[in-house]
Ligand binder design. Structure first.
Ligand code: UDP
Ligand code: MG
Length: 317
């Protein structure tokens, strides 16, 4: 566009062993970008892939210098890959999306429109999720609802990391240095004007999900423990309830004076023990977060970067 300065949009894509589909993703993005007015850059963060993902991205860069690559020294996890991508992005707005085309690029213009209308965060809200197991859909649905109740923050329902963020939000996010970051929660924490665009989440174009159950569980625990103290209160309530129960059981034993009450006592004892263990587990989870922050290790280590004019690193590692 002549005479008007086109703001730049950075697209951040975390990549972990995506060799099967990465070229199709790049091709789809290039096709999409060629039909847009805005200037774009694509920042791929290779999260320690052990396949050819990084080589394929470097090859693609030979024909398109809007492609940039940050390579981690090992697998640090999806949320840290996003964190790094956000820190390297130079755009006026930053869009985060999966590298498997599950988040359709066609939604980006709608996000940009909402951004231009004065919103600083435009998040993609999933209407449906194609090709995902009933287990994943159910647990995800449940998780977002529990999280919503557990925190005073307005963390939107059924919303992943696919979103557009204004530079003002990105600047704040880039400075946060919290271990085990739950990025979508942090974005809500930053505030500003936030709105949703809805979309249908597609199936992966290729390869398998890189989110096995343990990673999904880890993300859920990070989300809950970094944004809610409610689980800690559970022990207080459970303790009070069980105390009442034991008082009732005790009175019952004294009043009735019959045999067999020992069973009841035993059952109460078991229940109490299990709840004590559960409470200790909860406390340890929060303690672990404090322990991790006290180590003051960098969140991730970058091995190599390709395509950046200047190295801009928030802590310098
Ligand atoms: N990913 C990553 N590091 C990981 C796991 C996943 O960078 O440890 C990337 C992955 O390549 C993809 C995005 O994060 O671009 C989301 O992962 P995935 O598609 O496997 O999750 P799902 O869509 O199945 O929830
Ligand atoms: Mg995916």
């Amino acid at each position: 566009m002549i005479g008007t300065q086109t703001p730049k949009i950075s697209i951040v894509l975390p990549v972990y062993n995506e060799e099967a589909g990465i070229l199709a993703t790049i091709a789809a993005l290039e096709q999409f970008i060629s039909n847009q007015d805005e200037a774009y850059e694509m920042i791929f963060v290779d999260d320690g892939s052990v396949d050819a993902s990084a080589q394929l991205i470097k090859q693609a860069r030979l024909n398109d210098d809007a492609i940039r690559l940050v390579q981690f020294s090992r697998n640090f996890g999806h949320q840290l890959a996003i964190t790094a991508g956000i820190r390297y992005a130079t755009g006026d707005a930053v869009v985060v999306m999966d590298a498997d085309l599950q988040d359709p690029p066609e939604v980006i213009p709608a996000m940009i429109k909402c951004w231009r209308a004065g919103n600083q965060v435009v998040y993609g809200q999933r209407l449906g999720r194609d090709g995902e197991t009933w287990f994943k859909k159910l647990t995800a649905k449940l998780f977002y609802r529990v999280l919503k109740r557990a925190t005073p923050l307005d963390i939107p329902l059924d919303t992943g990391d696919f979103r557009l963020m204004d530079r003002r939000v990105v600047t704040v996010l880039a400075k946060l240095d919290e271990p085990g970051p739950f990025v979508r929660g942090l974005v809500s924490w930053v505030g500003f004007k936030q709105t949703a665009v809805t979309y249908e989440r597609h199936e992966r174009i290729a390869g398998q999900s890189k989110y096995p159950l343990n990673k999904m569980f880890g993300l859920a625990i990070d989300g809950l423990t970094s944004f809610s103290g409610l689980p800690l209160q559970f022990s207080v309530w459970a303790g009070a309830g069980l105390f009442l129960l034991s008082v009732v059981a005790f009175i019952h034993i004294v009043v009735s004076g019959t045999a067999g009450e020992s069973d009841l006592l035993l059952a109460t004892l078991l229940l109490t023990t299990s709840l004590i263990l559960l409470s200790i587990g909860l406390v340890s989870t929060y303690l672990y977060r404090i322990f991790v922050s006290s180590r003051k290790r960098p969140l991730y280590v970058v091995a190599e970067t390709t395509g950046f004019r200047q190295v801009q690193h928030y802590p310098n590692y």
